[in-house]
Design a protein. Structure first.
Lengths: 502, 258
């Protein structure tokens, strides 16, 4: 275990063009905005097409029911630096070949599509109702006289968001763990329909408050790509500043919670002080402690309330304190002992479930949308993807602590050329039609939006949230762990039920 | 471990002295929306707001329901002569109707702060809080957790978070009450001993906020439980929540006296 995570060189397999790869599935290339490649396949061939992509390193990032240009099933696949939109027109059908046979990453999205839209994945083994869940009924997975069930949640022990874990145990060892999200299902995707673009950004910011800037960025970029709008350079740089501050606050929050779990009171208080400093900086910068009211389609809704030099001076002071606390935290054995070896995931699990964010990066998978498919100002500002190979709770914390430093570095770069750009904050958005995918790297992983726009209003909108994508891995992380590790494993994931449930 | 002690000591005292001393929000803070000019409103003003918080009556008087307002600021950019962000933390109210701006303010802020200060001084027992999330966006939880950080440190005022509703005096509810959270919320409330108070934390809990229109949530905690204190905000800041909790102790005192 080295002290600093190394930056990983992603091995790129040289394979044929996806169109050639999917020729046996009768794939047809469709016109698409840059950075996204669209292929149309018959519905009956979508499982074969996905299988071919997954075999060549593709990761299923999203599975959506879309309406444009016609009702279709759309599988977004991260494939060799592109986001492939594999679209299969439904043509009136309500059934499709299940994709979870190809990759378990499709399991939860398929159940959601079934419950919300009545689409049946033929061959899916587990179609139990997921949305909305009943807190009192849950299926047992383990059979045996000596085993019992602990339903943990939806009301949690402490100030946490609602979610339910069903733990099956014989006393100490966790035999099986089921994650039950959707207790907070608010039908927000439906809430977007028919709403004008300025209002829609407000909804995007409130899907998951702690990743609100990332959600708003993904939404705005989907609209901008659909309508061919280039946000102003100045706005792109400020978006990055807000997004990185959000990342820092989230990573610090994870450190606070882990220190609390280990009863390291002063450590928890120190990191809480650091987090509060960042939240206050965000409030000073835009009036909101969650970076709300900043983004708008085409750029920014409002200019920053602080000068870059004020922000930089605050961050310099913050970094000096952070370095001392970080060094001390990683040297405190009573703390690190609880994390090392807890909740270990292997790389195969990440590949199977297409895991994202720090959870994936702690298993040596260099998944980070900022650098895989750079968007906005990330095209111009550089950073390193931090990965470690440990795969445990400690590895996830180390990735996060390293990323705070990288985020500070990115913010400083974002400010460097700011005065060279014109004062315009917002580019005009034409009242035309279009549909596109938009993505952004939230603190917990990549968030993907599918947005259909017509006459300045949103039509069908779909969200793939990193929290929902990583939650199945949570059950996997419990192999060989005991009940007392629960809090450490949960908090090391750093997910938000609001984002998963929508 | 000794190094942590030194680290803690070097931090010094960062703790707020609220409510004895007022807390000043930063410039441009989105605490609440004030209606600067309520008269001669155009009916089109209602369309600016994503949650329908703006109303214009027959006499063309404009009012804004802070219980539905998500502080997005679209009204401030559309009509800055009429709407403005209020740079205040204390937004909590005992009555839902008092959240409507454009009416005369119900009380003097300085006087209120003094009362709250008295109250925190004379708390004869500690107040235990049970938090329940019924479908928030996750922001309220961060701000409630922040109450225990060294800046706000609500233990100094006799507030403690408790795990069991059976030990709780205050039920602090975030979220608009989704279908799946209705039964667990009611169960937690029924388990609490008397006297008890319910605090709705955040605009979603006050009115359903943005998710009210989808019809899959109850549209606010008061559709399910009697609410004693409303703390609007998207999300409410830690000081706003503290203000709401102090108002709720007044409810408990009144109930205990009755």
């Amino acid at each position: 275990m080295s002290d600093t995570p190394q930056s990983a060189n992603r091995l790129r397999l040289v394979v044929a063009d996806p169109h050639e790869l999917l020729a046996p599935q009768l794939a047809v290339v469709e016109a698409s905005p840059p950075g996204e490649r669209r292929l149309r396949v018959p519905l009956a061939r979508i499982d074969g097409a996905l299988e071919a992509l997954v075999r060549h390193g593709g990761r299923l990032s999203a599975l959506f029911l879309v309406s444009a240009p016609e009702p279709s099933l759309l599988a977004a696949v991260a494939f060799q630096g592109d986001l492939l939109a594999l679209r299969a027109p439904l043509e009136g059908a309500r059934e499709y070949p299940s994709l979870s046979r190809v990759t378990p990453a499709a399991l939860l999205p398929e159940r959601e599509l079934h419950d919300l839209h009545g689409l049946v994945p033929v061959g899916q083994p587990d179609l139990l109702p997921a949305v909305p869940p009943d807190p009192d009924t849950f299926p047992r997975r383990v059979v045996g006289d000596q085993t019992f069930v602990i339903p943990y949640g939806p009301i949690r022990s402490g100030v946490f968001e609602s979610i339910q874990y069903v733990i099956e145990t014989a006393g100490e060892d966790v035999l099986a763990l089921q994650v039950r999200p959707f207790f907070k299902y608010r039908a927000l995707e439906r809430r977007f329909a028919g709403v004008d673009l300025d209002h829609a950004v407000q909804i995007a910011e409130r899907v998951a408050a702690i990743a609100g800037v990332a959600h708003a960025t993904a939404f705005c970029q989907a609209v901008e790509r659909a309508l061919g709008v280039e946000p102003t350079r100045r706005a792109q740089r400020w978006r990055v500043v807000h997004a990185e501050l959000e990342r820092i606050a989230n990573h610090l929050d994870v450190a606070v919670k882990l220190a609390e779990d280990a009863a390291l009171s002063v450590g928890a208080a120190r990191f809480a002080v650091l987090k509060e400093q960042i939240q206050r900086l965000r409030a000073g910068l835009c009036g909101s402690r969650f970076g709300r009211g900043v983004l708008a389609t085409g750029g920014l809704a409002a200019g920053p309330l602080l000068e870059p030099k004020t922000v930089l001076a605050t961050l310099d002071g913050f970094e000096r304190q952070l370095k001392r606390d970080r060094r001390l935290l990683l040297r405190t054995a009573s703390f690190t002992d609880r994390l090392i070896g807890s909740g270990t995931l292997d790389r195969d699990a990440i590949d199977d479930y297409a895991g994202v964010g720090p959870v994936a990066r702690a298993c040596g998978v260099a998944a980070d949308a900022r650098f895989e498919r750079p968007y906005g100002a990330y095209v111009r500002v550089g950073g390193r993807i931090s990965t470690v190979d440990d795969g445990d709770a400690m590895g996830r914390l180390r990735v996060r602590l390293f990323e705070i430093g990288e985020s500070l570095h990115i913010i400083r770069q974002a400010f460097e050329r700011l005065d060279k750009y014109g004062p315009e904050l917002r580019a005009g958005v034409p009242a035309s039609d279009g549909a596109a995918l938009g993505w952004a790297e939230a603190p917990m992983g990549e968030v993907i939006y599918w947005v259909e726009v017509a006459n300045d209003r949103v039509g069908t909108l779909r969200i793939s949230s990193p929290s929902l994508r990583n939650w199945p891995l949570f059950a996997d992380a419990f192999r060989g762990d005991v009940l007392t590790d629960f809090a450490f494993i949960e908090h090391s994931f750093g997910l938000t039920p609001a984002g998963a449930d929508r | 471990m000794i190094e942590w002690v030194a680290r803690g000591l070097r931090t010094g005292i960062v703790t707020s002295r609220y409510p004895r001393r007022p807390e000043e929000p930063p410039r441009g803070f989105r605490g609440r929306i004030d209606v600067l000019r309520p008269e001669h409103g155009d009916a089109a003003l209602t369309g600016i707001c994503p949650t329908g918080a703006i109303a214009v009556d027959d006499a063309r008087r404009v009012s804004l329901d802070r219980g539905s307002c998500i502080l997005c600021g679209l009204c401030v950019s559309a009509d800055p002569e009429r709407f403005a962000f209020g740079r205040v933390y204390e937004t909590a109210e005992r009555r839902r109707a008092s959240l409507v701006a454009g009416e005369p303010p119900p009380h003097d802020l300085h006087e209120l702060r003094q009362t709250l200060g008295e109250r925190s001084r004379t708390l004869r027992r500690s107040i235990h809080i049970r938090h329940v999330d019924t479908g928030s966006d996750g922001g309220e939880e961060w701000e409630i957790q922040a109450l225990t950080n060294p800046y706000y440190d609500i233990q100094r005022l006799g507030f403690f978070f408790t795990l069991s509703p059976r030990h709780a005096d205050i039920l602090l509810v975030s979220g608009s009450v989704t279908e799946s959270m209705r039964a667990p919320l009611l169960r937690a409330w029924e388990a609490m001993p008397e006297p008890k108070a319910v605090v709705a934390a955040g605009t979603d809990a006050c009115s359903g906020g943005l998710s009210a229109a989808t019809g899959v949530t109850a549209g606010g905690v008061d559709r399910v439980l009697p609410v004693d204190v409303y703390v609007p905000g998207s999300p409410p800041s830690p000081i706003a929540l503290l203000h709401g909790l102090l108002l709720a102790t007044g409810v408990l005192n009144d109930e205990a006296a009755a």
